[in-house]
Design a protein around this ligand. Structure first.
Ligand code: DC
Length: 224
Protein backbone atom coordinates (compact mmCIF):
# COMPACT_ATOMS: atom_id res chain seq x y z
CA UNK A 1 0.00 0.00 0.00
CA UNK A 2 1.24 3.48 -0.87
CA UNK A 3 2.15 5.56 2.12
CA UNK A 4 0.99 9.14 2.49
CA UNK A 5 3.70 11.81 2.45
CA UNK A 6 2.96 13.04 5.95
CA UNK A 7 4.40 13.21 9.44
CA UNK A 8 1.77 12.41 12.09
CA UNK A 9 2.65 13.63 15.59
CA UNK A 10 0.41 12.59 18.45
CA UNK A 11 0.78 12.99 22.17
CA UNK A 12 -0.69 14.49 25.34
CA UNK A 13 -1.24 18.19 26.05
CA UNK A 14 1.94 20.13 26.74
CA UNK A 15 4.38 17.62 25.26
CA UNK A 16 5.63 20.32 22.87
CA UNK A 17 3.88 18.96 19.78
CA UNK A 18 3.08 22.29 18.13
CA UNK A 19 6.55 23.83 18.70
CA UNK A 20 8.22 20.70 17.38
CA UNK A 21 5.78 20.09 14.52
CA UNK A 22 6.14 23.70 13.35
CA UNK A 23 9.94 23.45 13.31
CA UNK A 24 9.91 20.05 11.58
CA UNK A 25 7.51 21.35 8.91
CA UNK A 26 9.79 24.35 8.30
CA UNK A 27 12.81 22.07 7.87
CA UNK A 28 10.95 19.81 5.45
CA UNK A 29 9.17 22.64 3.61
CA UNK A 30 5.84 20.94 4.32
CA UNK A 31 2.63 22.51 5.61
CA UNK A 32 1.97 22.40 9.37
CA UNK A 33 -1.57 21.45 10.39
CA UNK A 34 -2.46 22.02 14.06
CA UNK A 35 -5.60 19.91 14.55
CA UNK A 36 -5.96 20.94 18.21
CA UNK A 37 -6.63 24.47 16.94
CA UNK A 38 -9.57 23.12 14.94
CA UNK A 39 -11.10 21.53 18.06
CA UNK A 40 -10.42 24.78 19.89
CA UNK A 41 -12.23 26.81 17.19
CA UNK A 42 -15.26 24.53 17.57
CA UNK A 43 -14.97 25.04 21.35
CA UNK A 44 -15.10 28.83 20.86
CA UNK A 45 -18.39 28.33 19.05
CA UNK A 46 -19.87 26.23 21.89
CA UNK A 47 -18.64 28.68 24.55
CA UNK A 48 -20.11 31.65 22.70
CA UNK A 49 -23.44 29.83 22.50
CA UNK A 50 -23.27 29.17 26.25
CA UNK A 51 -23.54 25.42 25.74
CA UNK A 52 -22.36 23.22 28.61
CA UNK A 53 -19.59 20.74 27.80
CA UNK A 54 -21.68 17.79 29.02
CA UNK A 55 -24.75 18.67 26.94
CA UNK A 56 -24.22 16.03 24.24
CA UNK A 57 -27.40 16.87 22.37
CA UNK A 58 -26.77 20.61 22.08
CA UNK A 59 -23.10 20.15 21.21
CA UNK A 60 -23.88 17.61 18.50
CA UNK A 61 -26.56 19.88 17.01
CA UNK A 62 -24.38 23.01 17.19
CA UNK A 63 -21.45 21.17 15.56
CA UNK A 64 -23.52 21.11 12.38
CA UNK A 65 -23.53 24.92 12.26
CA UNK A 66 -19.85 25.49 13.01
CA UNK A 67 -17.61 25.52 9.94
CA UNK A 68 -13.89 25.54 10.58
CA UNK A 69 -11.44 26.39 7.80
CA UNK A 70 -7.70 27.02 7.69
CA UNK A 71 -5.55 29.45 5.80
CA UNK A 72 -1.88 30.36 5.99
CA UNK A 73 -0.45 33.87 6.38
CA UNK A 74 3.35 34.00 6.03
CA UNK A 75 3.38 30.27 6.77
CA UNK A 76 1.41 30.69 10.01
CA UNK A 77 -1.84 28.75 10.35
CA UNK A 78 -4.94 30.92 10.74
CA UNK A 79 -8.17 29.32 11.90
CA UNK A 80 -11.54 30.59 10.77
CA UNK A 81 -14.88 29.88 12.43
CA UNK A 82 -17.76 30.52 10.05
CA UNK A 83 -15.51 32.91 8.14
CA UNK A 84 -14.21 34.82 11.20
CA UNK A 85 -10.52 34.60 12.09
CA UNK A 86 -10.52 33.26 15.70
CA UNK A 87 -6.80 32.36 15.87
CA UNK A 88 -6.17 34.90 18.67
CA UNK A 89 -8.88 33.39 20.90
CA UNK A 90 -7.79 29.77 20.89
CA UNK A 91 -5.09 29.52 23.52
CA UNK A 92 -6.95 30.10 26.79
CA UNK A 93 -7.51 27.48 29.50
CA UNK A 94 -11.30 27.81 29.09
CA UNK A 95 -11.11 27.09 25.36
CA UNK A 96 -8.63 24.24 25.94
CA UNK A 97 -10.88 22.59 28.50
CA UNK A 98 -13.97 22.98 26.31
CA UNK A 99 -12.02 21.57 23.33
CA UNK A 100 -10.98 18.54 25.37
CA UNK A 101 -14.53 17.99 26.67
CA UNK A 102 -16.37 18.57 23.37
CA UNK A 103 -13.93 16.54 21.26
CA UNK A 104 -15.41 13.36 22.76
CA UNK A 105 -18.53 13.75 20.59
CA UNK A 106 -18.55 11.92 17.24
CA UNK A 107 -20.44 14.82 15.56
CA UNK A 108 -17.49 17.09 16.32
CA UNK A 109 -14.79 14.57 15.37
CA UNK A 110 -16.30 13.33 12.10
CA UNK A 111 -16.47 16.83 10.71
CA UNK A 112 -12.91 17.79 11.62
CA UNK A 113 -11.35 14.45 10.64
CA UNK A 114 -12.82 14.84 7.15
CA UNK A 115 -11.27 18.30 6.82
CA UNK A 116 -7.91 17.04 8.13
CA UNK A 117 -7.81 14.17 5.61
CA UNK A 118 -8.59 16.54 2.74
CA UNK A 119 -5.75 18.84 3.78
CA UNK A 120 -3.29 15.93 3.88
CA UNK A 121 -4.41 14.59 0.50
CA UNK A 122 -3.69 17.89 -1.23
CA UNK A 123 -0.04 18.32 -0.11
CA UNK A 124 2.63 16.90 2.22
CA UNK A 125 1.86 17.86 5.81
CA UNK A 126 3.19 17.68 9.33
CA UNK A 127 0.01 17.22 11.35
CA UNK A 128 -0.24 17.09 15.12
CA UNK A 129 -3.07 16.03 17.41
CA UNK A 130 -4.27 13.02 19.40
CA UNK A 131 -5.50 10.57 16.74
CA UNK A 132 -3.50 11.48 13.64
CA UNK A 133 -1.44 8.27 13.39
CA UNK A 134 -4.29 6.03 14.57
CA UNK A 135 -7.40 7.43 12.83
CA UNK A 136 -6.87 10.49 10.63
CA UNK A 137 -3.81 9.42 8.62
CA UNK A 138 -3.22 5.72 9.31
CA UNK A 139 -1.09 5.56 6.12
CA UNK A 140 1.26 8.39 7.10
CA UNK A 141 4.87 7.65 6.18
CA UNK A 142 6.16 8.79 9.60
CA UNK A 143 4.36 8.51 12.93
CA UNK A 144 5.66 9.97 16.15
CA UNK A 145 4.23 9.67 19.65
CA UNK A 146 5.67 12.65 21.50
CA UNK A 147 5.31 12.67 25.25
CA UNK A 148 6.85 14.01 28.50
CA UNK A 149 6.13 13.45 32.18
CA UNK A 150 3.23 15.37 33.80
CA UNK A 151 5.75 17.18 36.04
CA UNK A 152 7.88 18.38 33.13
CA UNK A 153 4.82 19.48 31.17
CA UNK A 154 3.42 21.36 34.17
CA UNK A 155 6.70 23.24 34.66
CA UNK A 156 6.78 24.19 30.95
CA UNK A 157 3.21 25.51 31.09
CA UNK A 158 3.95 27.35 34.36
CA UNK A 159 6.90 29.14 32.73
CA UNK A 160 4.80 30.08 29.69
CA UNK A 161 2.14 31.65 31.92
CA UNK A 162 4.72 33.49 34.06
CA UNK A 163 6.22 34.93 30.87
CA UNK A 164 2.74 36.21 30.00
CA UNK A 165 2.68 38.07 33.35
CA UNK A 166 0.31 35.65 35.10
CA UNK A 167 0.77 34.17 38.59
CA UNK A 168 -0.20 30.54 38.09
CA UNK A 169 -0.44 27.74 40.64
CA UNK A 170 1.85 24.88 39.55
CA UNK A 171 -0.20 22.24 41.39
CA UNK A 172 -3.40 23.38 39.70
CA UNK A 173 -1.65 23.21 36.31
CA UNK A 174 -0.37 19.67 37.00
CA UNK A 175 -3.85 18.58 38.09
CA UNK A 176 -5.38 20.11 34.97
CA UNK A 177 -2.84 18.34 32.72
CA UNK A 178 -3.42 14.99 34.42
CA UNK A 179 -7.19 15.37 34.08
CA UNK A 180 -6.95 16.33 30.42
CA UNK A 181 -4.65 13.34 29.75
CA UNK A 182 -7.16 11.05 31.41
CA UNK A 183 -10.07 12.46 29.36
CA UNK A 184 -8.12 12.36 26.08
CA UNK A 185 -6.94 8.78 26.72
CA UNK A 186 -10.21 7.31 27.98
CA UNK A 187 -12.85 8.73 25.67
CA UNK A 188 -14.78 6.27 23.58
CA UNK A 189 -14.15 7.85 20.18
CA UNK A 190 -10.53 7.99 18.97
CA UNK A 191 -8.79 8.05 22.35
CA UNK A 192 -5.21 9.27 22.52
CA UNK A 193 -2.90 6.29 22.17
CA UNK A 194 0.34 5.43 20.48
CA UNK A 195 -0.17 3.90 17.02
CA UNK A 196 1.47 0.48 16.74
CA UNK A 197 3.85 1.76 14.08
CA UNK A 198 4.62 5.10 15.79
CA UNK A 199 8.04 5.88 17.21
CA UNK A 200 7.95 6.96 20.87
CA UNK A 201 9.85 10.17 21.64
CA UNK A 202 9.99 11.23 25.31
CA UNK A 203 11.00 14.87 25.46
CA UNK A 204 11.26 15.07 29.30
CA UNK A 205 15.06 15.25 29.27
CA UNK A 206 15.64 16.66 25.79
CA UNK A 207 16.02 20.23 24.55
CA UNK A 208 13.79 21.48 21.73
CA UNK A 209 16.61 21.29 19.11
CA UNK A 210 17.36 17.71 20.26
CA UNK A 211 13.72 16.67 19.80
CA UNK A 212 13.56 18.32 16.36
CA UNK A 213 16.76 16.56 15.26
CA UNK A 214 15.52 13.24 16.58
CA UNK A 215 12.25 13.53 14.68
CA UNK A 216 13.97 14.68 11.49
CA UNK A 217 16.22 11.63 11.64
CA UNK A 218 13.15 9.39 12.04
CA UNK A 219 11.53 11.14 9.03
CA UNK A 220 14.70 10.59 6.95
CA UNK A 221 14.67 6.90 7.89
CA UNK A 222 11.01 6.40 6.95
CA UNK A 223 10.91 8.52 3.75
CA UNK A 224 11.93 6.57 0.67
O1 DC B 1 -3.52 20.10 21.25
P1 DC B 1 -4.54 21.04 21.91
O2 DC B 1 -4.29 21.23 23.38
O3 DC B 1 -4.64 22.32 21.18
O4 DC B 1 -5.95 20.28 21.77
C1 DC B 1 -7.11 20.73 22.44
C2 DC B 1 -8.06 19.56 22.68
O5 DC B 1 -8.57 19.11 21.43
C3 DC B 1 -7.42 18.32 23.32
O6 DC B 1 -7.54 18.33 24.73
C4 DC B 1 -8.17 17.18 22.72
C5 DC B 1 -8.70 17.70 21.42
N1 DC B 1 -8.03 17.14 20.25
C6 DC B 1 -8.48 15.94 19.78
O7 DC B 1 -9.38 15.35 20.38
N2 DC B 1 -7.96 15.41 18.65
C7 DC B 1 -6.98 16.04 17.99
N3 DC B 1 -6.50 15.48 16.87
C8 DC B 1 -6.48 17.27 18.47
C9 DC B 1 -7.01 17.80 19.62
Amino acid sequence: MDKLKAVAIDGPAGAGKSTIAKAVSRELGWVYVDTGAMYRAMAVYFLRKGIKADDAEKISAAAGDAFVTLDYVDGAQQVFLNGENVTGELRTEAVGNMASASSVYPAVRTKLVELQRKLAESRPVVMDGRDIGTVVLPDAETKIYLTASVEVRAVRRYKELVEKGETPDINAIAKDIAERDYRDMHRETSPLKQAEDAVLVDSSDLTIPEVIEKILSIVRRSTP
